[in-house]
Design a protein around this ligand. Sequence first.
Ligand SMILES: [Zn+2]
Ligand SMILES: [Zn+2]
Length: 123
Amino acid sequence: MAKYRDLILEIIKASSGHMTAEAIYLEAKKLQPSIAVGTVYRNLRLMTEAGEIKRVVMANSPDIFDISTHPHAHLICQKCHTIADFSISNLEEHLQKLTGLEILGYDLNVRYICNICKKKGIG
Ligand SMILES: [Zn+2]
Ligand SMILES: [Zn+2]
């Protein structure tokens, strides 16, 4: 099993650090033609549970798996679906003050149109 975990980690690292399960499977199959789709999904689940990767739930598209597990927000282009990381300093602290609750984490997806798509002028 460990070899598949390493394979999956390498694949996500080689991308922008964010991939859907399907994209990971397609890449894995190129490198390891005998790999089954169930194996990829099972490993992704185990790796998420172990905190090695983070599952990010998307509103209108398949969930993505994120190589970066520290708290951060995402900028998501609404045209090409490119995902970029950004962090807001002290956001957890701020939320904690605002709510008076102990914040364990957050998911923040910011929608925008990236410069490349703006130039193309699609949509
Ligand atoms: Zn774009
Ligand atoms: Zn991310």
